[in-house]
Design a protein around this ligand. Structure first.
Ligand code: IPM
Ligand code: MG
Length: 369
């Protein structure tokens, strides 16, 4: 590619992004009044099918009455496997996407992103296709008074054009995009959560001293949104010091809600999950106005399969995500029951042969439900 071609590619990207802004639609779905809610179950690959089998079992138990009454339909969606995606050359094959779009909410196992090549991560495609703009990741360490919730912007920033950068002789350029509407809606989601859950503080995290245009906009708009929430303190931090703050026992329990752009949110939520007990311990919700998708925070762990550690997979993260799904579809009692059982279960799965097996964990969890 030469400079003229690169400029042309950039022009196309800018036009597409302007069109995205023009088409933004902010109508919200209200689950409380719906007659039938369709929950899509997507296994994914690697350890995905193993942990999803446990999550589906738990969902069927907790929602038995609703399922029998036809109020909730669980629908298994096949075909989002790395083999099928590679064979069709699509990160999310069209017929799979059509089935997904026919659901209201999704519970999804981890999907492998092939290294190299041009195939986009299925997660990123789904977040964009379903406009799942809020990646919500709670982390709690009760014994230290830590109760954090991260609102990571999930459709923009470094990810929106992540597979569409340009290479020129001797150099490469990627793009980061921050829009007013995209920032406003994630900020609103974070502040609404704070307001509705008795939180008094929202921390805005960027690198606005360096990424002046994009992160500068993000910070500015978050502060504008904050003005509509009297009684909630908004403070801002740079991502580098924030990663240090999370391991600083003197101040870390003071953070409550954190709102941040996509890539920083990706990185810091792994750090936070690790502090809580590993990336296998945290759930993750991808929420939009029309759809929502709940998943484990970790990947498909093909190494566990290769090493024959199938029996030791940890279903905790997908089960935490299941709690979030139940809350989202207004099944508070079921959510509460599962959350309490997970809090009380003292069988420790570590993801290797030093820990308990998935079966041992599930045996206890099911008795606690
Ligand atoms: C996550 C994951 C994804 C991301 C990958 C699988 C594309 O790390 O959900 O945090 O980068 O967002
Ligand atoms: Mg991540």
């Amino acid at each position: 590619m030469d400079i003229t071609q690169a400029c042309e590619a950039f022009r196309v990207l800018l036009e597409e992004q302007q069109a995205r802004i023009a088409n933004a639609n902010e109508e919200k779905k209200d689950f409380s009044g719906m007659d039938t809610i369709t929950v899509g179950i997507i296994d994914g690959d690697g350890i995905g099918p193993l942990i999803m089998a446990q999550a589906e079992k738990v969902l069927r138990m907790l929602l038995a009455d609703d399922i029998a009454a036809g109020k909730i339909v669980l629908k298994n969606i096949e075909g989002l496997t790395v083999e099928n995606r590679l064979a069709l050359g699509k990160s999310v094959p069209e017929e799979v996407l059509a089935q997904i779009k026919a659901c209201d909410v999704l519970l999804k196992g981890p999907t492998t992103t092939p290294m190299g090549g041009t195939m986009e991560s299925a997660n990123v495609t789904l977040r964009r296709e379903l406009d799942l703009y809020a990646n919500v990741r709670p982390v709690s360490i009760p014994e230290e008074g830590i109760d954090w919730i991260f609102y990571r912007e999930n459709t923009e920033g470094e990810y929106v054009l992540g597979s569409r950068g340009v290479s020129l002789p001797g150099m490469a350029v990627d793009f980061k995009v921050t829009t007013d509407f995209g920032t406003r809606r994630i900020a609103k989601a974070a502040f609404d959560y704070a307001k509705n859950n008795g939180k008094t503080r929202v921390s805005i995290v960027t690198k606005a001293n360096i990424m002046k245009k994009t992160d500068g906009k993000f910070t500015e708009i978050c502060h504008q949104v904050a003005e509509n929430y009297p009684g909630i303190q908004a403070d801002d931090w740079y991502i580098d010091i924030m990663t240090a703050n999370l391991v600083n026992p003197a101040i870390r329990s003071g953070f409550q809600v954190v709102v941040l752009p996509n890539l920083y949110g990706d990185i810091i939520t792994d750090e936070a999950a690790q502090l809580q007990g590993g990336v296998g311990s945290a759930g993750s919700a991808n929420i939009g106005d029309r759809y929502a998708m709940f998943e484990a925070i970790h990947g498909s762990a093909p190494r566990m399969i290769a090493d024959g550690l199938q029996d030791y997979v940890n279903p905790t993260s997908i089960l935490r995500a299941t709690v979030m799904l139940l809350r989202h579809i207004c099944r508070q009692d079921a959510a509460q029951r599962l959350e309490k059982a997970l809090d009380d279960c003292d069988v420790t799965v570590t993801g290797d042969a030093n820990g308990a097996t998935c079966q041992a964990f599930m045996n206890q969890l099911l008795t606690l439900l």
